[in-house]
Write a protein that binds this ligand. Structure first.
Ligand SMILES: Nc1nc2c(ncn2[C@@H]2O[C@H](COP(=O)(O)OP(=O)(O)OP(=O)(O)O)[C@@H](O)[C@H]2O)c(=O)[nH]1
Ligand SMILES: [Ca+2]
Ligand SMILES: [Mg+2]
Length: 717
């Protein structure tokens, strides 16, 4: 823009410009000028775009300030005017369009100026003419020429009419006939020029249109490109966003997984913490328990110490008691020995008496025979003589002389009288000397000796009841003490009172204590041929007394008081065809009576340990009972273990298996029974009795084989 300005300024009225203007009336000339203008515009554009960017920025325009005589503000205005779309850049097209526009404007202003100049020149010519001598003629000619010009419309085409005017004036003057030709020529020329001018305008218009179309196309392309870039960018952004989203999703997933993992770990940690806490608590509890147990342990140890001290004391006491007992025993033995001696002396006396009586008897028989023969002769007195004999036979001797039937009752009587001194002389001496002498002294054919030899040698009379028993007032016990009591009074002098005929070979031993009970129960069966002494032991309230009552009375009585001291009953049972009398001793289970009970162990044939299967501790005490039996008898006695109260199954505390196991371990006979229902009571007793019988049978065989007396008791266990 500055460039044309500059050219305008530099050559405003140059003759070449006037030529150009005249040429522009022609189409070719117009095109050529347009091209030249474009070139110029291109040149100017390149000048402005020093860096060759392809566009001009505002900055580039401002640089021209130094080269052009324009202010910065002017340059700014120029730039704004050229920047048609106002984007701050001037494309070559914009530049060219602007340039052309500017040019055309400046051209039209130039034309106006030119016209004015021409008028001024014409005025000057006219003035000069007016100034000359030819004033009127010239004015005429001038008017004519002007009219011609006007007619031709030359003003529009010609810039300088002076040449044509001079030529026209010359012709008019010199050759007026040519003037019309010249005027025709001018008319033709001017019309052609007019046409060319119009053509040029048309071309210019077309060019403008084309440029506009071109610009539009470029604009369009530019827009398209921009659109494309935009879409590309959007696409790229979209892709990027997608990628980003995918990536973020992936990351989110990962994050989620991590979070879950974290959660899981957290939970695990919590669980572990809980466990830790629980363990800690446990530990704490265990610790406290431990300390408690330690304390208890210490206490127990102290108690143990105390108990062992007490035990020691008790042992010492026991030892002293034992020594005392031993002394007493020896004293007793001595006394027994003395009594036995006196008895033997007594026996010798009695034997002498017996001899005497036999003699006497013989004598009497002889006498009777004689009198009988005498009476035969005198038959009238038969009845009287019979009566007198009966009265006699009432005497003791008569009884003795009588048959076996009488002999039995006699032996009973005899026992009543004699058994007591013999019971008193018990303990070891027993009836041995008696039985040895008896075969010789007794009548042959009495049938007794062998049988008696096989009989049980020891009977319960050998065991004086402990003095404590005198306290108990149970019926059998009273009888026992009565029996004991009566003869003991006469023990000092039994010989004078006893009739001489009482020593019977048929009486192997005294009737056992409690024979009354036995006789009461067993009236019909014959006298039992064996007797065993059995003792019931076990904790208090296990049902020993109840069992005894069930066995002897065959009923269960409620509300039994705890047994005090010792009591007994006799029960005869049939064991495989033979009658066996069982002397059943009931002991007190309470702790304070234990020492009394233990004294009984030494002289028993069998022991029944009872426990209550609904009370565990009673079962646990069984081992204590076993050891005290072992202590007293050395394990030589058969033991029956009874678990009582089987009827009360729902309160059972001791499983059957435990009882069986204990029995197996200690080689015991074992039953579970009920005194209440009677279940297994007889069966168990029968089993024990059978065992005792078989055991005794073996001993008997041994005695027969060896042919000498053996100690009765044998071990079965
Ligand atoms: N259900 C049931 N109760 C029984 C049975 N035997 C005994 N009893 C009860 O057990 C309690 C004690 O019985 P006792 O026979 O006096 O016991 P004990 O062993 O003689 O006791 P001490 O004399 O103190 O040694 C009583 O209340 C009886 O009724 C039984 O077989 N079944
Ligand atoms: Ca622009
Ligand atoms: Mg009892």
């Amino acid at each position: 823009m500055a460039c044309p300005d500059r050219k305008e300024d530099s050559q405003p009225r140059s003759p070449s410009w006037g030529l150009k203007r005249s040429r522009a009336c022609l189409t070719q000339e117009q095109v050529a000028s347009q091209l030249a203008m474009l070139r110029k515009a291109q040149e100017f554009f390149q000048t402005c775009d020093v860096e060759g960017k392809g566009f001009i920025a505002r900055r580039d325009m401002q640089r021209l300030h130094e080269e052009l005589p324009l202010s910065l503000q002017d340059l700014e205005d120029v730039f704004d005017a050229l920047d048609a779309d106002g984007n701050g850049f001037l494309t070559p097209e914009e530049f060219a369009t602007g340039f052309r526009h500017f040019f055309s404007q400046s051209n039209s202003s130039q034309e106006n100026e030119d016209e004015q100049v021409a008028q001024l020149q014409e005025e000057k010519v006219y003035q000069s003419r007016g100034d000359g001598d030819l004033g009127d003629v010239d004015q005429d000619e001038e008017a004519q020429f002007q009219m011609l010009m006007d007619k031709l419309g030359a003003q529009k085409v010609l810039e300088d009419e002076s040449d044509v005017k001079q030529l026209w004036l010359q012709l008019k003057k010199d050759e007026p006939h040519l003037l019309s030709s010249f005027e025709d020529f001018l008319t033709r020329i001017f019309s052609q020029l007019q046409e060319a001018h119009e053509e040029k305008n048309e071309l210019e218009c077309a060019l403008k249109k084309k440029i506009a179309a071109y610009d539009e196309e470029i604009q369009h392309l530019y827009e398209e490109m921009e659109q494309q870039i935009k879409s590309e960018r959007e696409q790229f952004l979209l892709k990027d966003t997608e990628r980003f989203q995918a990536r973020s999703q992936e990351l989110e997933k990962k994050l989620f997984a991590k979070e879950q993992e974290l959660e899981r770990l957290n939970q695990q940690q919590k669980r572990l913490e809980g466990q830790c806490m629980a363990l800690h608590n446990d530990k704490h509890e265990t610790k406290t328990e431990n300390t408690k147990l330690k304390l208890t342990n210490q206490e127990l140890a102290q108690e143990l110490e105390r108990t062992s001290r007490e035990l020691q004391d008790a042992q010492q006491q026991l030892e002293s008691l034992q020594q005392e007992a031993c002394k007493l025993y020896q004293e007793k033995e001595m006394e027994v020995y003395r009594v036995t001696e006196s008895l033997q002396r007594e026996k010798l006396g009695l034997l002498k008496q017996l001899d005497f009586l036999r003699e006497r008897n013989k004598h009497l028989r002889d006498e009777r025979d004689i009198s009988f023969q005498k009476d035969k002769a005198a038959k009238a007195n038969t009845a009287a003589s019979k009566a007198s004999w009966k009265q006699r036979s009432g005497s003791v001797i008569g009884k003795y002389v009588d048959n076996g039937g009488i002999r039995r009752s006699q032996s009973e009587e005899e026992e009543d009288v004699f058994s007591i001194p013999r019971r008193k002389s018990s303990l070891g001496l027993s009836a041995y000397p008696l039985t040895e002498e008896e075969p010789g002294t007794s009548e042959p054919g009495a049938g007794g000796p062998l049988r008696r030899a096989l009989r049980r040698i020891i009977s319960i009379e050998e065991d004086p009841l402990p003095q404590l028993l005198d306290v108990t007032t149970e019926q059998p016990l009273n009888k026992c003490s009565e029996e004991e009591g009566v003869p003991s009074q006469g023990a000092e002098g039994p010989i004078p009172q006893a009739p001489p005929l009482t020593l019977s070979p048929k009486s192997p031993r005294g009737q056992p204590v409690g024979k009354e009970a036995l006789c009461r129960e067993e009236h019909s069966p014959p006298t039992p041929d064996r007797l065993f002494k059995i003792v019931f032991v076990g904790n208090s309230a296990v049902g020993k007394t109840s069992l005894l009552r069930r066995l002897c009375d065959e009923h269960f009585s409620t509300g039994i008081a705890a047994t005090v001291g010792i009591d007994y009953r006799v029960k005869t049972i049939n064991v495989d065809g033979s009658q066996v009398a069982l002397q059943l001793w009931d002991t007190a289970g309470q702790e304070r009576y234990r020492c009394i009970t233990q004294q009984f162990f030494r002289k028993v044939d069998g022991i029944i340990i009872v426990y209550d299967l609904t009370a565990k501790e009673s079962f646990l005490s069984v081992r204590q009972w076993l050891s005290s039996i072992e202590e007293a008898m050395g394990g030589r006695v058969p033991v029956l273990l009874l678990g009582n109260k089987l009827d009360n199954e729902k309160e059972r505390e001791v499983p059957r298996g435990l009882g069986e196991q204990l029995a197996k371990e200690n080689n015991l006979i074992f039953y579970e029974c009920s005194a209440y229902s009677g279940h297994n009571t007889k069966e168990s007793l029968l089993q024990l009795a059978r065992f005792l019988k078989e055991q005794e049978d073996i001993v008997r065989e041994d005695i027969i084989q060896v042919g000498r007396p053996t100690k009765k008791k044998s071990c079965c266990r």
